[in-house]
Design a protein around this ligand. Sequence first.
Ligand code: NAD
Length: 476
Amino acid sequence: MDYRNLIAGGWVATGAGTPNVNPSDISDILGHAAQAGATQLDGAIAAAHDAAPGWAVSTPQQRFDVLDFIGSELLARRDELGHLLAREEGKTLPEGIGEVARAGQIFKFFAGEALRQAGDILPSVRPGVGVEVTRSPVGVVGLITPWNFPIAIPAWKVAPALAHGNAVVLKPAELVPGCAHALAEIISRSGLPAGVFNLMLGRGSQLGPQLIADPRVNAISFTGSEPTGRGIAAECGARLKKVQLEMGGKNPMVVLDDADLDVAVEVCLNGAFFSTGQRCTASSRLIVTEGIHDRFVAALTKRMRALSVGHALEAGMQVGPVVDAHQLDQNQDYLRIARAEGGEVIGGERLARATEGFFMAPALVTDTTNDMRINREEVFGPVASVIRVADYDEALAVANDTEFGLSAGICTQSLKHATHFKANAQAGMVMVNLPTAGVDYHVPFGGTKGSSYGPREQGRHAAEFYTTVKTAYTGA
Ligand code: NAD
C-alpha cells in the first residue's frame, strides 16, 4: 500500500516512500508513506486557503452531513480499521477497535455540534442599540498529531475544525501514516469540497516549521512531546498565531489506606500499563500511603506479572509492543536510571516472541522518591513507579510536585478526601476510583502547567480554539 498526500482533492505521490513497520513483527511492512517536501506543503496550504472562504459559509446541514458520513463509516469499519491501527501502532486489537469507534463517535458528536451553532443576543447598555455575539471560523488550521492515538487524535482535531467551518492541513506523526491515510480517504468521499481537508505525510521537523511560519495558516493545534510543543508556542507567539498545545504528563495516582484494594490495583494496572503505557494520561507515579503500601505493591506486582504481552493481533494479548526501537531503548534507559537512583525495578525485561518486535514486560519501580528522574520525566512506556507517603496531605503535595498537570487520580472511599482532591489536584482532569487514562469524548480534555497551553480540546469547549468571537452592535 502506498500512502499518498491529499492536496486540493487529489492524491499526490512523492519519490521513494518510507516503510511503515509493524512493531509486533518488523518483517511485516504495511506500506510506504509519501514524504512531502516544501512544494507539496505549499500546495496544500494554498488549497486550504482557497477553500476556506467557501466552507466558512457552508450551512450547518452541509457540515452535519459530512461529519456524520465520516463518523458512520468509521463506526461501520471499526474492526477493519482497528486491525490496521493495532498492526501499525501496536495497541492490542480490542484497544485498536475501541480507538476507531471513539474516532467515529467524535465525528458524530461534532456533526451534532455543527447544528448547534449558537450566539448571544443582548441588550446594549446604550438605549436603542442591540448587541450580537457570534462565532466565526478561524480560517486555515494546521493540525500536528502524535503516533500514540493515530486515529482518535486526528479525529478530535479534524472534526471540530470542520464543524466550526475551518479548512485543514493535517500533519500526522511519521510512525502512523496508515491510520491518517485511511481517515483522509474516508474524508475524501464524504462530500467535503476539495481543498477543505488536506493530508501531509512527512517529517515533522521539516514540515512543521513551514506550516507554522506560513501566514496563510491562521492557527496551529499540536499534540506531542513537550520540547516540540514549547518550540511551536514560541514560533506561534512571535507571529501572534493562535495556538493550542497538548503535551506530556507525569500523572499521579494516589492510593490511600482506606481504598478498596481490588479497585486500586485494577485502576493502577489499567492506568499504568494498558496501551503499553503509551498514553499522555498514563498513571506513572503511584503515590501510596503507608498502611496499604506493602499489600498494594504485592497485589499489583502479581497482576502486572500475569499480563500477557505479545503480538498486538494475537487473541488474548493485554499489552502490545512498544512503538519502535527508539522508544524501547528509552524505556530501558529509564529503568537503568531508576536503578542507579536507588529504585528497585520489578519486571521490565525485554521479551522474545515468535515474531521479532519491540516487546518488554511492564515494569514497576518501587522505593522511589519524587525527586528522582523516573518521577520527574515522562517515560512514555509500560513503566510506573511507587512513592511511599505518610498520609493524604503528603500524597497531595507529592502529586502536585511536578511540572506537568494533565490527569490526576485518587483511590479512596473517603468522600472528604475525594472532594478535597478534586478541588486541589493541579491537573486538568481528576479521577476518583478510576484510571487517570480513559476519558469521555463529549467533555473537555486538557491539562495545566507544562501539559497544555491554550484552549481545551473536545466537547463544546473545542469551539474556543476553532472559532473567533465577534461582537456586533446595531444602532437605530
Ligand atoms: P513528537 O513531539 O515527537 O511529535 C508530534 C508531532 O509533531 C509529529 O507529527 C511530528 O512529526 C511533529 N513534529 C516534530 N518536530 C516538529 C517541529 N519542529 N515542528 C512541528 N511539528 C513537529 O511527539 P510523539 O513522540 O509523536 O508523541 C508522544 C508525545 O505526545 C508524548 O510526550 C505524549 O505525552 C504526547 N501526547 C500528548 C497528548 C495530550 O493530549 N496531552 C496525547 C497524546 C500524546
